[in-house]
Design a protein. Structure first.
Length: 95
């Protein structure tokens, strides 16, 4: 069996994994996959304040948003930000 997208140990060492506690989880209107999360990663080592981030995650089918608040998960925190384009129904005027 061939492993797809195999990485070397140097690539793995670049990954920053942190435990974060979800403090807010909301449905994203028009999406059956995405959930908007506010995640607290605890005190920042450089700023001295809590490191709180907004994250969009495609976990809605496995984890309804109302079940997530207060739970801790592992997050990869140094992924390059990605822009999402939300497509929705158009009005009859094409707006």
């Amino acid at each position: 069996m061939k492993i797809m997208n195999e990485i070397v140990i140097e690539d793995f060492q670049k990954i920053e994994i942190k435990v974060g506690k979800i403090i807010l989880a909301d449905h994203i209107e028009g999406s059956d996959k995405l959930v908007k999360l506010q995640v607290d990663f605890g005190p920042s080592t450089t700023l001295g304040v809590n490191d709180t981030r907004q994250i969009l995650s495609g976990i809605k089918k496995a984890y309804p948003p109302e079940t997530l608040v207060g739970r801790a998960f592992l997050f990869i925190t140094n992924l390059k930000p990605r822009r999402f384009m939300m497509l929705g129904p158009r009005s009859p005027e094409g707006e």
